[in-house]
Design a protein around this ligand. Structure first.
Ligand code: XMP
Length: 321
């Protein structure tokens, strides 16, 4: 089915919100639905639309995959509690790390995450809650990149010929499928979501696993999580579209306390973009780059090399896997 794009500048957010609330309510009828909130702008908008449409017939979960950023599970749950939306925290860390063990191929990693989310975790939650529907925030860019074979986004099924009802036992409702990131942000503002959400930098569904080259282990996630926290602190004032830290697979020779060490490498990326389809590296000052390198190597002693990506998308992509 061809998806008709609604461009951000043509979007009447109030009308769009009312239409989506009506559609969700009609589709779910007397049944019930679940959704997973990550705290990103897409899933936050879907959570609010779902709650307005379904009230208590929607149960919202935060899946702690062990791959999220520093303090993210607790801060997202408490922010939504303040907005009057209860969120249940599900600890699924073991399931994700078990599924990722030994995998180094990027698409296999994405597939392991997709299966763990949709088959194992959502399958269980749907079964326990008796819900027939999963609401999620897939947007048009996610679909286009998956269909074009660039990256298998973790949340795209029907456009790949996968029937979620047959594959996982529930139907998927995707209210944001006609929008891109800028349209989703406009909808978030119209819904009255705080700026910390409506302006939040994009974060991928596979979370920090999209930023670890090679095997994803709790130890390697800990390194990239710390580097991500530093990168976000140092770059949030730039106003860039997205900024991130990547942990490389290869090690390089470094020096610590006068002795040779074979240490880890972190790559920083900071992107200027409108909708993530094309992007170019932000021209960061040397002072900012210098501070990032100083902090990362001081606060993460295993890291002996910090580099900055200077390649546009394409040929690069925004994330590393
Ligand atoms: P790439 O790396 O393909 O990323 O240039 C484009 C935008 O999409 C985000 N991204 C994802 N978002 N599920 C998502 O919901 C995914 O599997 C996924 N992979 C990448 C990425 O952060 C960037 O904003």
């Amino acid at each position: 089915m061809e998806v008709k794009e609604i461009r951000a500048k043509e979007l009447n957010a109030e009308k769009f919100i009312n239409e989506q609330i009506r559609k969700i309510s009609e589709t779910v009828g007397n049944g019930s639905a679940i959704n997973a909130l990550s705290g990103g702008v897409d899933s936050s908008v879907v959570t609010l639309l779902g709650h307005k449409a379904l009230g208590e017939k929607l149960t919202t979960y935060f899946i702690d995959s062990g791959l999220m950023r520093q303090s993210e599970p607790q801060s997202v749950v408490s922010l939504f509690a303040k907005l009057g939306v209860p969120v249940k925290l599900i600890d699924a860390q073991k399931e994700f790390f078990d599924a990722l063990r030994g995998i180094t191929d990027p698409e296999k990693k994405r597939e392991a995450i997709t299966q763990t989310f949709y088959k194992k975790v959502f399958g269980r939650l749907v079964h326990e809650s008796n819900a027939k529907f999963l609401l999620q925030g897939t947007n048009l860019t996610d679909i286009e990149e998956t269909v074009a074979g660039i990256k298998r986004q973790h949340n795209v099924f029907e456009q790949l010929g996968i029937d979620p009802h047959k594959a996982f036992g529930y139907k998927i409702i995707e209210p944001l499928i006609q929008l891109r990131k800028d349209g989703v942000r406009k909808t978030a503002r119209a819904l009255g979501l705080p700026k910390s959400i409506s302006h939040r930098i994009p974060f991928p569904g596979p979370a920090l696993a999209a930023r670890v080259i090679g095997e994803v282990t709790p130890r390697r996630i800990k390194v990239v999580r710390k580097a991500t926290a530093i990168t976000e602190e140092e770059l949030s004032a730039t106003g860039a579209f997205q900024y991130l830290a990547i942990l490389h697979h290869d090690r390089v020779t470094g020096v610590r306390h006068g002795k040779r060490v074979f240490g880890l490498q972190i790559e920083i990326r900071c992107w200027d973009s409108i909708d993530a389809r094309i992007a170019s590296p932000t021209r960061l000052s040397h002072e900012i780059l210098w501070r990032l390198s100083e902090r990362i190597t001081a606060e993460i002693p295993e890291v002996v090399s910090v580099t900055y990506n200077i390649t546009t998308k394409p040929p690069s992509t925004i994330e590393a896997i």
